[in-house]
Design a protein around this ligand. Structure first.
Ligand code: CMC
Length: 432
């Protein structure tokens, strides 16, 4: 029988700290009473070893490469489900039955338009505005166009009108931002096709050149969105929870999450990977040059798409995405030289001591860009694609945070001050 307390001895006094056990058997030392009992705080920059909440949404074992949403293995969900079903699962805790799914799909269609006044916003962004900044600001603005009600309808127990609107409208905002960027007329969502197909339709259909939906691409997009749908307490999700803990409503909390995702160390990595692969190709495939740079601690350079804070083995999402990447290119008969560069780089890295010692494997962002490219999605939209996938996860965490008394406390980390404690003030006599 394992001991359910940990002992901490400071200055010869021993304190008992409770041990919390997860449903999967992981154990954590509960330090919530530490300050009160001992006067000590803990220091953990980058939250390398700090659990910020209890959560029932996603289970991740980075040592074994396991990822599950609500108990279902990610590989099974990616193979058998639609993104809309997985969103339903994350938000409500259960997969929908047939009639629940139909109703939810119907809502995705019903809420897919955005207020026509919002369309004027697109006209006033600079022509080459970043799609992530457009997405973040437009999602924040939904708060004003679709006021969030305390008594929002919640027909499914976990999906309010507000959450359904957000899931559906974000997709329309993303596609419209692309059309505006291209200077093309907007294409409105259709009522007769699913979530992913509708996105591709809004992106690529033109009055003079109708877009033919390709089932291989629709299925690949569906998989990508599912694989991105949640990843427990990462930078953007924790941002959503932290912002929400101040009592901020859903839309502005998610808008903050979109901004956090934008960074190249997080969701922005998928675009950065493409730039890296293009650079290696343009440099005559001088792999060694880039690998050596990444290994040099003084260069500040990293091989984007490798490494992860929690995975110490192959990212299970990367395995599925790599396979999907081959399927898409083979069935679409596209030959992309960047895939060859990516495969060679992975091969070299996987045999290199530096990367082996540090457990640096390809992550979710390494192969996804090649699929997006095959779909015709421009590089500056890649992180937007990640955001569309991550939406259900962010929303589920925001809801869970609000429902749990303990984790809905306002987030307020401590710090260890290491600045000057006191200095004498010298007045400048002729200041005025
Ligand atoms: N290339 C070269 N060296 C690396 C890399 C890399 N991509 N990633 C980590 N390292 C080295 C790092 O220099 C350090 O070496 P040393 O111990 O000698 O100082 C060691 O590995 C540990 O790295 P870390 O920075 O302490 O690890 P972290 O957990 O703080 O960072 C990471 C994780 C994902 C930010 C990092 O691996 C990285 O920068 N990767 C490239 C960016 C990337 O692909 N990001 C997407 C992550 S997956 C999607 C998502 O989360 O949104």
């Amino acid at each position: 029988m394992p001991n359910n307390t940990a002992q901490l001895t400071i200055d010869n006094i021993t304190y008992q700290l409770p041990i919390v056990e997860s449903t999967a058997g992981e154990r954590a030392i509960d330090i919530r009473g530490l300050l009160r009992e001992t006067g000590f705080i803990t220091l953990d920059s980058g939250f390398m070893n700090t659990g910020s909440c209890l959560s029932q949404i996603t289970f991740l074992d980075g040592e074994k490469g396991i990822l599950k949403y609500r108990g279902y293995d990610i590989a099974v969900l990616a193979e058998k489900c639609s993104f809309v079903e997985v969103a339903y699962l994350l938000l409500t805790g259960e997969l929908p039955n047939q009639s629940e799914l139909e109703q939810f799909q119907h809502d995705m269609t019903r809420y897919s338009l955005i207020h026509e006044d919002m369309i004027h916003f697109f006209d006033h962004f600079p022509p080459k505005a970043a799609p992530m900044s457009i997405l973040s600001s437009m999602i924040g603005t939904l708060h004003d166009f679709y006021p969030e009600m305390d008594l929002d309808q919640d027909p499914y127990g976990g999906i309010t009108t507000t959450t359904a609107r957000l899931l559906s409208k974000a997709r329309t905002i993303a596609a419209f931002s692309y059309k505006k960027n291209m200077g093309h007329p907007l294409v409105y969502p259709r009522g007769d096709i699913g979530y992913c197909a509708n996105f591709l339709h809004m992106m690529f259909d033109r009055p003079n050149l109708p877009y033919e939906l390709n089932p291989v691409l629709v299925s690949a997009l569906n998989k990508l969105l599912i694989l991105h749908a949640d990843h427990e307490q990462n930078c953007s999700t924790s941002t959503v929870r932290l912002v929400g803990s101040a009592g901020v409503r859903l839309y502005p909390s998610i808008s903050a999450g979109v901004s956090a995702l934008w960074g190249p160390l997080h969701g922005g990595a998928n675009a950065a990977v493409m730039k890296m692969l293009e650079r290696i190709l343009a440099d005559g495939k001088d792999y060694e040059k880039y690998i050596s740079m990444a290994k040099d601690p003084n260069s500040g350079y990293r091989l984007t798409g490798f490494g992860h804070r929690v995975y110490k083995t192959y990212d299970p999402r990367a395995t599925i995405i790599k396979k999907t990447c081959h399927e898409v290119l083979n069935t679409s008969k596209i030959s992309d030289p960047l895939l060859e560069v990516a495969l060679k780089l992975e091969e070299l890295v996987s045999n290199d001591e530096y990367f082996i010692e540090r457990n640096l494997y390809p992550n979710v962002d390494f192969y996804s860009g090649i699929i997006y490219r095959a779909m015709g999605i421009p590089t500056n939209m890649f992180t937007v694609m990640f955001a569309l996938g991550r939406l259900p996860g962010w929303i589920a965490h925001w809801q869970e945070m609000n429902q749990d008394k303990d984790s809905s406390r306002i987030g307020r980390p401590r710090q260890v001050y290491n600045g000057i404690v006191e200095r004498p003030f010298k007045e400048i006599v002729d200041r005025y």
